[in-house]
Design a protein around this ligand. Structure first.
Ligand SMILES: Cc1cc2nc3c(=O)[nH]c(=O)nc-3n(C[C@H](O)[C@H](O)[C@H](O)COP(=O)(O)O)c2cc1C
Length: 442
């Protein structure tokens, strides 16, 4: 709207006006002036109304609004709204005339403050989130922005600041950040490889243990198919296994049932692994996590343990064999083999072997086979003992069978066993006596 007054110049010089004409002219001018006055009144009213509307809007705003002078030294506040008072706990009266830095404190990030200082110095828009302190000393996160205000001539006159208390959001962000860090450090410090894949079996997560185990950096394998880490012969079977698992409702399972037990390192070497798999659905996306343990050492230890066990069993059995068929030399010519406990075919064979070797080694003339300690002598045992005695005789030695108790003698007779040239004695002593040439009963 044009506020300039329109002045109608009286035409005095052209032809002098009479009094009536002059009065009419003045009335005309007066009417124009009255009209202008009405305009100005209306405008002033409108301005007043809109200014009070702005003030009401600022007062009702839920964000803090502040105005600072850009022409006075140290940008003092000249206006703060009710929300500013509410958020900061300071009344307008307490803060007007002061720079807004009174809201800052020990944990306010100096870099954020520096960015605002720069925006003010350059007379431009600035935006930051920083820690401020209420009047009662309680900290709050203030997301605030400042913008320059210029007059009609383009001179910088003020800065307007908008403050928003974003403490709740910031705390949630920090909590999320912390929990992510915690999660990352747990995953990162795990001894087992943790590898997560999506429904297409593409690797989403590859922890530090997996990096060490497979010899790849996470960046090298992320997005790759999981089979990248397996020897080729397992690819098809493995993919099928994972697909089947993802289609089940099962949330976790050991992969022990799967024949696959080998991983493939970046240097193409293979290593045995123990695996388990679990699945979760996050925001509609299925994520499967495979936990792998390198069992090379365990397998090696198991093999060693197995080898040692076999060795112990072998030594034990040879000791037992020696103990079960002990050959005692009585003199240069005579050896005694006392048998204790039951005798089966295997032991009878051992008896034969021990006797033959002993007789040959000692060049013995007489071998005494004592069965005092054998509880049962059946056909099989009797035959086996007879074979042993006959074999010894073939070496040129004589066999004396001692310890034949009456019931055994009865059994042997009942069995119809032919003792041929084998000398028999009831007791070991009489057998020894015989062998020593003291027995006269032969
Ligand atoms: C309009 C306006 C509002 C401001 N509001 C805040 C605020 O809410 N919190 C804050 O820490 N700083 C605020 N500042 C910034 C500080 O007043 C000051 O400019 C900042 O600390 C950088 O200056 P300095 O380095 O001299 O302290 C505001 C500045 C202006 C001009």
């Amino acid at each position: 709207m044009n506020h300039d007054l329109t002045i109608i110049e009286p035409q005095m010089a052209a032809s002098p006006l009479d009094a009536n004409q002059q009065i009419a002219l003045l009335e005309q001018e007066l009417a124009v002036l009255r009209q202008e006055q009405e305009h100005l009144k209306t405008e002033a009213l409108a301005l007043k109304e809109s200014s009070s509307l702005y003030q009401q809007a600022m007062a009702a705003a839920s964000n803090g609004i502040s105005l600072a002078s850009a022409t006075l030294p140290d940008e003092p506040l000249i206006y703060v709204n009710a929300a500013f008072e509410q958020v900061t706990g300071y009344s307008a009266a307490e803060v007007l005339g002061h720079n807004c830095r009174f809201l800052q404190g020990p944990a306010t990030d100096p870099l954020a403050v520096k960015a605002i200082r720069q925006a003010i110095n350059e007379g431009c828009v600035g935006h930051t989130t920083l820690l401020n302190y209420r009047k009662d000393g309680a900290p709050f996160w203030n997301e605030f922005s400042i913008a320059p205000i210029h007059d009609a001539q383009g001179n910088l006159t003020h800065f307007v600041g908008i403050q928003a208390d974003v403490t709740a959001r910031k705390q949630a962000e920090l909590a999320l950040q912390e929990s992510e860090q915690r999660f990352a450090s747990i995953i990162g410090s795990a001894m087992d490889s943790i590898i997560s894949i999506d429904e297409k079996h593409q690797i989403l997560l590859f922890n530090a243990a997996a990096e060490t185990m497979f010899g790849y950096k996470a960046a090298e394998v992320l997005g790759k198919d999981l089979t990248f880490l397996l020897p080729g012969r397992y690819h098809q079977h493995h993919s099928q296994h994972i697909t089947t698992f993802s289609q089940t409702k099962t949330t976790k399972r050991s992969m022990g049932t799967l024949d696959l037990v080998y991983g493939l390192r970046s240097d193409d070497t293979e290593f045995p692994i123990e695996a388990s798999i679990s699945q979760v659905e996050v925001s509609g996306q299925k994520i499967m996590t495979v936990i792998l343990r390198d069992v090379t050492e365990r397998q090696r230890a198991e093999e060693e343990r197995h080898r040692l066990q076999e060795e112990i069993i072998r030594i034990q059995s040879s000791i037992l064999q020696e103990l079960s068929t002990p050959l005692i030399p009585l003199s240069d010519d005579i050896v005694v083999l006392p048998l204790i406990g039951s005798v089966d075919t295997l032991r009878a064979n051992q008896v034969m072997e021990t006797l033959l070797h002993g007789v040959e080694r000692q060049r013995a003339r007489i071998a005494i086979l004592d069965i005092t300690g054998v509880p049962v002598v059946d056909t099989q045992v009797a035959n086996a003992l007879m074979h042993a005695a006959q074999a010894v005789q073939l070496l040129g030695a004589q066999v004396i069978l001692t310890g034949i108790r009456p019931e055994i003698a009865q059994t042997l007779v009942g069995l119809g066993i032919n003792f041929g040239k084998i000398v028999t004695r009831g007791t070991l002593q009489s057998g020894i006596a015989y062998a020593m040439g003291q027995d006269q009963m032969v």
